[in-house]
Design a protein around this ligand. Structure first.
Ligand code: AHG
Length: 336
């Protein structure tokens, strides 16, 4: 039997990367492997979502005699479980949890990373079979090794992430992650249950023809932004307009598409919610890191997302993210 060595699994890829750094400990590779495992487990349940009325909803008992949890709680527990039992993570913050979780045991206290994640983003789309995703950001802790991690390890600006990524549960399931060295995408091959390198060294096209925004909130946006959105629809655009509007309502799916094809995603503040909806630590920082490594840009309309110093775990921020040239054009509409 011949083995197709053109296929590189997530584990093989991370080990290859590791070999380029003789001093590396392998903790980050191990962490990414743990995240891949959680993603595969979540994927199995996401694929069964339409069967929930047949197999049992929240609060019921499944055939193994276990409680059937809501998918987002399930995803949260899977992520926490693999990271707690791995060797690389000292603690986590999750969009599903009010407070951060410190894994206070001997192995975890000596682990150098903490992880912030949104276990299932776009969960309102689950019931209607539309793509959803998981988002994560990895930080090197700043507190002393050998002791439990602290809040200070988590409240770091996004620029200090060492890795960030997402999983999109779509027509296929993909895990995309970035380190400072590049962005790489892996598609889950269900035949062998492995994420396989399918999108090496992803670069975000500098321009695109897609814009993604919730048009229902149009009259709640500030004037400069309304002018930009109107310009997106004009044929006389010098840079190839009009653009096509694409908005899934799952940020992972929307930004993934724009990362690959080129485009811009906008989730602004509104009159009612000036701080916007999206969470800085769980959603915006990981995507801002990935897009910047891929050549794109991300701001809150005033400053780079990655430079925002967080003051609380669950803080929100407006987000504008996408292809470099489109972002630079948007910025001209915000000028005073
Ligand atoms: P949720 O997880 O509550 O479904 O929120 C999803 C997020 C994000 O993924 C998406 O882009 C945005 O909220 C959509 O919000 P609007 O419905 O307000 O456009």
């Amino acid at each position: 039997m011949t083995i197709n060595r053109r296929i590189l699994t997530l584990d093989e890829f991370t080990i290859q990367q590791l070999r380029q750094f003789p001093s590396a400990t392998g903790e980050l590779s191990s962490l990414l492997r743990d995240i891949g495992l959680a993603a595969k487990r979540i994927n199995v349940e996401v694929n069964k979502a339409g069967l929930v009325d047949i197999l049992g909803d929240t609060g019921s008992i499944n055939v193994q005699g276990e409680d059937v949890k809501k998918l987002d709680i399930y995803a949260n527990n899977q992520f926490m479980g693999v990271l707690k039992h791995g060797i690389s993570c000292a603690g986590v913050g999750s969009e599903e949890l009010d407070d951060l979780v410190v894994f206070d045991d001997e192995v975890s206290n000596n682990s150098k990373y903490v992880v912030l994640f949104d276990p299932l983003d776009g969960s309102s789309n689950i019931d209607v079979n539309i793509s959803i995703g998981t988002i994560f950001g990895v930080y090197r802790r700043v507190s002393e090794l050998g002791k439990p991690c602290t809040e200070e390890d988590f409240l770091q600006p996004g620029v200090r992430q060492v890795a960030a990524g997402y999983v999109v549960y779509g027509s296929s399931t993909m895990l995309v992650y970035a380190t400072r060295r590049g962005v790489n995408g892996f598609t889950l091959d269900p035949a062998i249950g492995e994420f396989c390198l399918s999108h090496p060294d992803i670069k975000c096209p500098p321009s695109g023809k897609l814009y993604s925004v919730n048009h229902g909130n149009f009259f709640q946006y500030e004037e400069g932004l309304r002018n930009y959105i109107n310009a997106c629809q004009r044929k006389d655009k010098t840079n190839g307009g009009p653009y096509s509007q694409r908005y899934v309502g799952s940020m992972v799916a929307d930004v993934h598409r724009n990362l690959i094809k080129g485009g811009i995603f906008l989730y602004p503040g509104t009159i009612d919610k000036p701080g916007g909806k999206l969470r800085l630590m769980y959603e915006c920082n990981p995507f801002a890191f990935m897009l910047e490594v891929a050549g794109g840009k991300a701001t809150d309309g005033k400053q780079r997302i990655l430079d925002i110093q967080p003051t609380e775990l669950h803080q929100r921020t407006p987000l504008f993210i996408g292809s470099k040239n489109m972002m630079e054009e948007l910025e001209t509409y915000f000028k005073p």
